[in-house]
Design a protein. Structure first.
Length: 197
């Protein structure tokens, strides 16, 4: 039985460490950062949503539906996930950040395999050393739990999913898959890595 899987790319943050630049639109090797992410996940899912709280018109130019947080005040990734979970009719929603241009091309397959093997409610990606709390595959039915958690004043995604049956998919074979960009120096290193990938 085939599952419908949609995705949301989180581009809703303030990017304080990037001097306030909108990370998804920062150029990397001639393309906006989010374009690299789109290229990686487009073949793996049915529909893609982009969660953005500014520059929405610019994000819409990539040809996907742009959604803004239901909760105002830049409350972090959970707010974007809650909004996306309320707008998908898929069996599962893939969540990825806009600043991971080397995401695995088999990300969905491996997250789904881990989730189904354990009969879990969601799966999180790990680079073998650390879990990546903004790289998740989850059931839309988790939205109410996530919303209650956020509205209780909590923000940390890993604290939220600790309350649920969460499988871990390890990508030790792709150690750079979840490298993201928080500083201009990291951007340069990643530009070089993409050229050689």
């Amino acid at each position: 039985m085939s599952r419908q899987i949609d995705a949301v790319i989180l581009a809703g943050g303030m990017a304080r460490r990037m001097g306030g630049d909108d990370k998804g639109l920062v150029e990397l090797n001639g393309k906006a950062m989010i374009e690299h992410t789109l290229d990686r996940i487009k073949p793996q899912v049915k529909e893609i949503l982009i969660n953005a709280n500014r520059n929405q018109t610019r994000y819409a130019e990539f040809g996907f539906k742009v959604i803004s947080d239901e909760h105002t005040g830049f409350l972090g990734p959970l707010a974007g996930m809650i909004t996306a979970l309320g707008q998908t009719t898929a069996d599962y929603l893939l969540v990825v950040p806009c600043d991971c241009p080397l995401l695995p091309r088999d990300l969905v397959a491996r997250l789904l395999a881990a989730l189904e093997a354990e009969g879990a409610e969601l799966a999180v990606a790990s680079d073998g050393e650390f879990e990546q709390p903004v790289v998740l595959l989850l059931k839309p039915s988790l939205r109410d739990s996530m919303k209650a958690f956020l509205e209780a004043g909590e923000r940390k995604i890993d604290f939220w999913y600790a309350n649920h049956h969460c499988a871990v998919a390890k990508f030790t074979d792709q150690p750079n898959a979840f490298v993201n960009i928080n500083t201009p120096e990291q951007k340069q290193l990643l530009a070089d890595a993409i050229r050689h990938s």
